[in-house]
Design a protein around this ligand. Sequence first.
Ligand code: GAP
Length: 441
Amino acid sequence: MEKIVSLCKRRGFIAPSSEIYGGFESCYDYGFLGALLKNNIKQSWWKTMTQYRDDIVGIDASILMSPKVWQASGHLTAGFADSLVECKKCHHRFRKDYLKEDKCPDCGGQLTEEKKFNLMMKTFVGSIENEAAVTYLRGETCQGIYMNYQFMKNTMRLKIPFGIAQIGKAFRNEITTRYFIFKTREFEQMEMQYFIQPDAKEKKKWFDYWQKERMKWYLDLGIEKENLRFREHRKDELAHYAKRAIDVEYKFPWGWDEIEGIHDRGDWDLSNHSKYSGQDLSYFDEQTKKKFIPHIIETSAGTDRSVLSFLIDAYQEIKEGRTKTTEAKKENEVVLRLDRKLAPIKAAVLPLVKNKKDLVKKSKEVYDLLKLRWMSQYDEVGSIGRRYRRQDEIGTPYTITVDFDSLKNNDVTVRDRDTMKQERVKIKGLVDYLRERLEGR
Ligand code: GAP
């Protein structure tokens, strides 16, 4: 983990928020490469869920909603709360279920009795700080989906089974945050709610289906099979809305932990929102002429946890290097073997040397050609070996070197990050060459 955190900082992926003030409460900022990686993950999820399918639409709902939403969903009661204990001596607070012993892990002091601590983040809307203006930053993005269930069903002419997907920020006043971006108070979710018939067989069918689909998504994007597994929740750990839950877990450096949950939410949400709002949220089936409240199978992935697992899985250290340059001989080299779809920079253009005008001019022409199509980088700083290693470290699949022969022959050397194979490619065929490799499949 230390190596990942250090790489993220050093190479502009992720850093603590408000760092000039000493950071703030486990909040993190994504720098350029981190934002590109995160966006590529979101793009892939969004396309898989909406573009490649006919039964799911996507939305982008407001983060702030009526506080009634959270009353109806059960998030303001004990259901959405963790057990908190406080040290009587140093007053540090802990989640009871994270503690191994019955004393303060920081100072050894005596702990208070446990009490329930609600995780919703309160905020005030408007200029008057009173109860009437209180609402909450959303604790899960799917409540925005339920608020748009009728709107989408009617305007998009959706027929059961259908889904609504959304990517966005969620907030929880977690008692303890941990492991870098793994558990934070502000995070992003990629959630899809699949509305189905209230029938046990249908439920089993779609639960199994979504379990497989979600695992496939991680595998298709290159996560090693042995680093992923499912874990079914025991009855006593189920969230207040869930009838059944299976997590997708990743093998993190600290052990197996959750990156996504697949949940059978039954009719909990739509029934409660119908009751609290007085609106009829039932579905009328034209074929069977039956009216019912749809049941929901949910897939709920954490974007930040995806970023972290893709980074960890792609990280590889090569002892004593593989780039044959004098200064590289004894250094360990890092290669980030990210899937091409996820890599922040797809191609980097490197002039062999920077103080030759013709070379720089030709390199910039090549760069201009590529940057219109893919996120590319031009880099002329440092030795060619160092520049290769810099690109390997940020996961760039192709580095393109422009040398003196390029000026005569109008060709370049393309180096593959993973195989280290170098191929001479004509500049006029370069876009096709890269398109085949970056977008093929
Ligand atoms: N709508 C269902 C729901 O929110 P969840 O299991 O509480 O279910 C789903 O959360 C996913 O959201 C988790 O698998 C995780 O990836 C992410 N997540 C939840 N809490 C998080 C936190 N404090 N920090 C980062 N990610 C979090």
